[in-house]
Ligand binder design. Structure first.
Ligand code: WT7
Length: 569
């Protein structure tokens, strides 16, 4: 097959010639699908679960299929409605009100989803934290959000600095001792009513806080509101191509935005069965999940596809993957080589989609009904204006590289950076949201990703801020200074490489380097720990003291160093 262009195929929601069909598309048209149009009020938890539970033809359909090496469980829409109601009652009993922040720090499980939806039903703001976070990462997020309550497990509670968090009033433990000092999830759920009067909200009321990394400072709380449902719902149709009887699997953890927008909202707003897989990655388990659950629509990431690719065709052939109809990818550039592999392994195109934590939902995509150009992220959704702009926010002509930018005002756009209005403002230039990615647009309107413009590292599809890692590194007794960069890696996209200088009296040794690595891993999280650490004599800085990570990167890659006029002596 000609890999320059892969022909369109049919889809369930006609997007052929979508630019003509949807020329005058307005997001307001989508509002008619939700209670808002009738009552003026909404709640995304109602639209995802209760609405289907009230539909006699849907209430007994599996909403959630949870599968893992040691647990299998199915919950229908009706059961999930009841469980989330019970949890909402537990929260009410403990004085949770609209606008309070309730965080979840636990692995994926049926309890997680019931709790997450229960939080939204009370009108509180949910803050999911990735289970691999260690104490510093947990502390930063709970402190900044002033979370009032936390749902966690006995395995993870030691990483929560309970006594140092003045706003944290209560902790709910899932799977703990029912007589312990914290609230027992199981005990409270047993006593809670399955009826709950949902808190009806405005479209602009708070829903979700996702912490994400930038190149400077601590992670920032990206704040999303219920209005995002318009885009979650509609991209579920246009891009995920969902239809009523689909079995859908999104592999992302709900600690990251893909795992909420597309692991919770998009599938359930569209009433499809949602598969959640717990446990670690293994090619056989993943293929097995598709085969055993008859997954028809699958949303994953390049790093996973590359791992499956390297596991070999024989591994794939052991499993019956014929249920698959549609495959999508997000998080990092999707290599044409991986698309070629997908055509062979599944006889399907893998559709790249581009968006970010801050954008809340997909913006630039390959649709099922669109001709695909491997290596391109696709084209903007109807109702989305995307462009390439210079640093002043002026649009650039086709084929010129610049800032990938989106015209302000799409439905799922973040509404604030928590506690940090200045940071929020800094994203916008001349009416454009400037993404931090560089790209160009070809003559036909396809967008091509080029790289990050800031120093943010993308390792296995996860965003890591260099500043956070550097801050942790210099807490180690042997480290004087640190500069952290992303180094290209064939499987992980990038790996984290740290350059450090040692304090007086410390000598380089393999044990010391391993100790430093473990220190970051234990303090922050495994995915933030540098895979490579190099000891140098100095860390290059500007005269104003900013670490010149670009210079470190040029050194590492043997590239020209460019302008070094601001380098300190
Ligand atoms: C950054 C956002 C919301 C999706 C999960 C990641 C990179 C995302 C693509 C893509 C190339 C991509 C960008 C973006 N990215 N999708 N299709 N091709 N790069 O969300 O953690 O907020 O990261 O991921 O650099 O800015 P995130």
């Amino acid at each position: 097959m000609d890999m320059k262009q892969i022909p369109a195929r049919s889809g369930n929601h006609n997007l052929q010639n979508y630019q003509q069909t949807y020329k005058n598309f307005n997001w307001d048209e989508v509002k008619g699908n939700f209670t808002w149009s009738k009552t003026g009020k909404v709640n995304i938890a109602y639209e995802t679960i209760d609405k289907h539970a009230e539909d006699p033809s849907k209430k007994n359909q599996a909403a959630l299929i949870y599968t893992s090496p040691d647990r299998e469980e199915k919950l229908t829409f009706e059961e999930l409605k009841k469980k989330s109601n019970q949890f909402a009652n537990v929260l009410k009993k403990n004085d949770i009100e609209k606008g309070d922040r309730v965080f979840l720090f636990m692995h994926r499980s049926p309890e997680f989803y019931a709790a997450f939806l229960g939080i939204l039903k009370t009108g509180a703001i949910a803050g999911p934290l990735f289970e691999a976070f260690m104490e510093q990462a947990v502390r930063d997020r709970l402190e900044d959000s002033e979370a009032k309550m936390l749902v966690t497990t006995p395995e993870l509670i030691d990483r929560v600095p309970v006594d140092d968090l003045p706003h944290l009033e209560k902790i709910i433990l899932v799977g703990g001792d029912e007589s312990g000092s914290h609230i027992s999830f199981e005990k409270e759920m047993k006593n809670a009513s399955e009826e709950f009067e949902i808190e009806w909200l405005d479209l602009e009321d708070g829903m979700l806080l996702h912490y994400t990394s930038g190149s400077t400072g601590k992670p920032k709380g990206v704040y999303h509101v219920h209005n995002a449902m318009l885009q979650h719902y509609q991209t579920g149709k246009w891009v995920l191509d969902l239809k009523d009887d689909d079995v859908y699997w999104c592999t992302a953890d709900p600690g990251w935005v893909t795992g909420t927008s597309y692991g919770i909202f998009a599938p359930w707003l569209n009433g499809v069965t949602n598969v959640v897989r717990g446990g670690r990655f293994s090619p056989d388990d993943w293929y097995g999940t598709i085969a055993d659950q008859d997954v028809s629509v699958w949303y994953s990431a390049p790093t996973a596809f590359r791992k499956l690719l390297s596991a070999g065709a024989e591994t794939a052939k052991k499993h019956d993957l014929s249920s698959l109809r549609h495959v999508l990818s997000v998080g990092e550039p999707l290599n044409p080589e991986v698309i070629a592999w997908g055509l062979e392994a599944f006889d399907l195109r893998i559709h790249d989609t581009w968006w970010m934590t801050e954008t809340g939902a997909m913006l630039i995509c390959n649709y099922p009904t669109m001709e695909m150009r491997p290596g391109s992220m696709g084209q903007p959704l109807p109702g989305i204006e995307a462009s390439i702009v210079d640093n002043e926010g002026n649009e650039l002509p086709a084929n010129q590289m610049g800032n990938l930018a989106i015209k302000e005002g799409w439905p799922s756009m973040m509404r604030a950076v928590w506690n940090n209005p200045g940071k929020y403002e800094s994203y916008f230039v001349n009416g454009w949201y400037v993404s931090g990615d560089s790209a160009y647009k070809d003559e036909d309107g396809y967008f091509w990703f080029q790289g990050r413009l800031d120093d943010v590292i993308n390792t296995s599809g996860e965003r890591v801020g260099p500043f956070e890692v550097e801050s942790k590194l210099i807490e180690h007794e042997a480290v004087a200074e640190a500069g952290v960069i992303g180094k290209p890696d064939p499987e992980r996209g990038e790996i984290i490489k740290a350059f450090i200088t040692l304090r007086e009296g410390y000598q380089k040794s393999d044990e010391l380097l391993e100790d430093i690595r473990q220190f970051v891993k234990k303090g922050l999280s495994a995915h933030a720990a540098p895979r490579e650490i190099e000891i140098t004599d100095t860390i290059p800085k500007t005269r104003s003291g900013k670490i010149m990570r670009r210079l470190l990167k040029s050194w590492e890659l043997g590239l020209p160093t460019g302008d070094t006029s601001t380098l300190e002596e």
